[in-house]
Design a binder for this molecule. Structure first.
Ligand SMILES: Cc1cc2nc3c(=O)[nH]c(=O)nc-3n(C[C@H](O)[C@H](O)[C@H](O)COP(=O)(O)O)c2cc1C
Length: 189
């Protein structure tokens, strides 16, 4: 079976990052379920590349490739730290460069990582509306992690792992349905 192109966008600002650990757990679960080709975009590394422009035509080649990897993916996995009750501004800046029509009907798996459970609905109240703008097919089950789900920078066993499995199962169904419907795979640049 041919591979599914998955682009994982990680909104981490620091290299040592629980958001990255959560994103890796999602990537591992997807790769256990499907043959995948994974492109990882880390905001910490990308921000100097995408700079302050609002015009994708002005991007340097590396920035353009990053935007294309989002626009051409079969599945986008969007994982942000929670900053001030929302996704981070740098994470949003990357999606501001994505064409408004590029993600129509595209499966998108949403996840966030915050300091506490106080902002657990950030995925449904902040991230999901962003992808509603793009008319994407967001995976119904939201994934939210907080410090209590980690032992340092290691994900603990517990309900979060079950939620990851649930969300990944839904993403896999969406990917298979898209392929069965005969929609062509889009080449990742
Ligand atoms: C500027 C800033 C704002 C934050 N705002 C929130 C918040 O509103 N709600 C929350 O639960 N955690 C908040 N946090 C905590 C982070 O979400 C948490 O530390 C998270 O693990 C950071 O991700 P990282 O480990 O990938 O850096 C904030 C942290 C920073 C630095």
């Amino acid at each position: 079976m041919s591979q599914h192109h998955i682009t994982l966008v990680i909104g981490n600002v620091n290299d040592r990052s629980r958001t990255k650990v959560l994103a890796q757990a999602l990537a591992d679960a997807l790769s256990a379920a499907l043959p995948i080709q994974l492109t990882v975009l880390e905001i910490a590394a990308l921000t100097p590349v995408i700079g302050v422009t609002s015009n994708p035509q002005e991007l340097a080649p590396a920035g353009r490739l990053a935007v294309q990897a989002i626009e051409n993916a079969d599945l986008v996995v969007a994982v942000s730290p929670v900053y001030k009750g929302s996704y981070s501004g740098l994470f949003k800046h990357l999606f501001d460069l994505v064409s408004p029509d590029a993600l129509v009907d595209r499966p998108v798996l949403l996840a966030a990582n915050g300091g506490s459970d106080r902002h657990a609905l950030v995925v449904d109240h902040q991230l999901r509306p962003l992808f509603s703008f793009f008319r994407a097919l967001t995976v119904p089950s939201a994934v939210y992690a907080s410090e209590a789900d980690f032992d340092g920078y290691t994900l603990k066993d517990g309900p979060l792992r079950a939620r990851i499995a649930e969300a990944v199962g839904q993403a896999v169904q969406l990917l298979r349905a898209r392929r069965a419907s005969g929609q062509p795979l889009r080449a990742v640049a």
